[in-house]
Design a protein around this ligand. Structure first.
Ligand code: MAN
Length: 505
């Protein structure tokens, strides 16, 4: 009798609290508001007492959710914001249940899709229950992901098989490559020696021929120089002087009608005169240039200019200078270099033949060395524990984004292409998922082309499961730091291993 009275009194009291705090009706059944289903048994009214979940204190049960924090661990206020360290559990029926910090209860912001965190009717915010809608959408997306994951995982199995085959192939090929390489090395050395010997003979014979030819050319150059020297050296004393040069119109640099002392001296490199050797060694180059570039006629004396005719003396003057120039050109350039004599030709052919033979063997050796290195590196690279990523090494995928085409060559490099030019966005650095379990979720490519006023370009790649290996998103979140999103079957986990999480009810 006494206990039924107490219960009635408690019920009335509970109703009072309900009305006093203007609560929306709770969907927690027998459990206090904010308590998840699995913790229900810890919140029973047995003995009318509640033991804080950390076991440190016991309080009367009516103090649970009385908006006053009694337990150190906040467990007595699962449905209010009274305990700073408390957690509120949203049931979110129809979607995924969620735990939120209790400070978010009745804070005017809808956190739970069922609106249960904003239960105070007096609050200005109204949180409609969106769980069915959001849940349906999420399930649809999860379903799609599951389909992709299933199909992707089938593809992944093929990649794993390919990766394993590659590993076996590389391991067995290393030995045969090494045998082939060892057999080629003595051949290469022998050909190298033969080629060196033939090239020495070839060089000696060519030098002999070239030296004779160069001497002829030098003689001709001297003769051509001599012609100009004689032209300037009017008094024939084997010296060209400032005065003599002043008499030659060709040296009138500024075209003012006279050759000044400075102009003449400038061709004598500051001196007053020059003998033939000095002229040949130091002055001829510039003076020859004058004769080639300014074929001006010599100025005629006034009496010679009397009764000029269109084809008269002036033209003849021009012709004289042209003749000199022509003769000089002929002398200087000489004839075309004669072909090598028969014996030298033979030596050239022999050297050339040996060069070709040597190059061929050398190329084979280089290729074998690179194949061996490649096969040895294969074992050292991280293609995942079952080698699912191995067949994708070097495969390039592209995505166009506005002005640029972005390219990712897996385990190699990232590139930004703008019309014809390519900018490196980084070279393979490694797998960079945040934890050991998520290691294969991100890749990094770094040390790309320097960025003006910024870091060297680098690229992070987010790796998602997909039926095909493709670039699906590209962006540059901060200057010269690029973010790619790539889908690949190699990233699809076994759908039977980690089933999709369903909602509480
Ligand atoms: C280029 C591109 C851009 C980058 C700028 C930085 O235009 O590589 O992505 O932001 O250089 O100067």
């Amino acid at each position: 009798m006494a206990s039924s009275f107490l219960r009635t009194a408690l019920f009335l009291c509970a109703c009072e609290i309900l009305f006093a705090t203007s609560e929306k009706p709770s969907e927690y059944g027998d459990r206090p508001r904010g308590v998840p289903l699995n913790k229900g048994p810890l919140y029973t009214e047995d003995g009318n007492e509640f033991e804080c979940l950390d076991g440190k204190k016991k309080i009367p049960f009516e103090q649970v959710n009385d908006d006053y924090c009694d337990c150190e661990d906040g467990s007595d206020e699962p449905g209010t914001s009274a305990c700073p360290n408390g957690r509120f559990h949203c049931l979110n029926i129809g979607h995924i249940p969620m735990n939120i910090p209790s400070s978010r209860v009745n804070d005017g912001i809808c956190d739970c899709c069922d609106g249960s965190d904003e239960w105070d009717m007096e609050s200005s915010v109204s949180c409609p229950n969106m769980c069915s809608e959001l849940g349906a959408k999420a399930r649809e997306e999860a379903e799609k992901r599951a389909v992709t994951r299933k199909a992707g995982f089938e593809e992944r199995k093929k990649l794993v098989a390919e990766g394993q085959a590659l590993k076996a192939e590389k391991a067995s090929s290393i030995e045969s490559f090494k045998v082939e390489l060892e057999a080629l090395k003595p051949k290469k050395e022998e050909l190298q020696a033969k080629k060196d010997e033939a090239e020495t003979k070839e060089r000696e014979a060519k030098d002999k021929h070239d030296n004779v030819w160069n001497a002829i050319v030098e003689e001709k150059r001297k003769a051509a120089a001599q012609m100009i020297f004689a032209e300037i050296d009017k008094d024939g004393d084997d010296k060209i002087t400032v005065k003599e040069m002043q008499e030659m119109k060709a040296f009138d640099k500024d075209n003012d009608g006279t050759v000044s002392e400075e102009e003449a001296k400038s061709y004598l490199k500051g001196g007053d005169e020059a003998d033939f050797q000095n002229y040949l060694d130091n002055l001829y180059f510039d003076i020859k240039d004058v004769f080639e570039k300014t074929p001006e006629p010599e100025e005629k004396k006034p009496e010679e200019l009397e009764e000029p005719t269109p084809d008269g003396d002036q033209e003849e003057g021009l012709d004289d200078l042209d003749d000199l120039e022509d003769e000089h050109d002929k002398a200087e350039s000489g004839d075309v270099k004669p072909p090598y004599d028969e014996e030298t030709q033979k030596l050239i052919e022999e050297a050339s033949k040996l060069r070709t033979e040597f190059d061929e063997v050398n190329r084979k050796v280089t290729n074998l060395e690179s194949d061996i290195r490649d096969a040895e590196n294969f074992g050292e690279q991280d293609f995942g524990s079952d080698l699912a990523w191995a067949p994708l090494k070097g495969q390039c995928i592209e995505k166009q984004d506005n002005q640029y085409t972005y390219k990712l060559c897996l385990f190699d490099r990232a590139v930004q292409k703008d019309r014809g030019s390519e900018v490196s966005l980084g070279y393979w650095k490694g797998w960079t998922g945040a934890s050991e379990e998520s290691k294969y979720s991100h890749q990094t490519y770094d040390n790309g082309q320097g960025c003006w006023n910024g870091p060297n370009r680098s690229t992070k790649v987010v790796v998602n499961c997909g039926e095909r290996t493709e670039l699906v998103e590209v962006s540059e979140p901060s200057k010269c730091e690029y973010l790619f999103v790539m889908n690949s079957p190699a990233a699809c986990e076994d759908p039977d291993k980690d089933p999709i999480v369903h909602s509480e009810l």
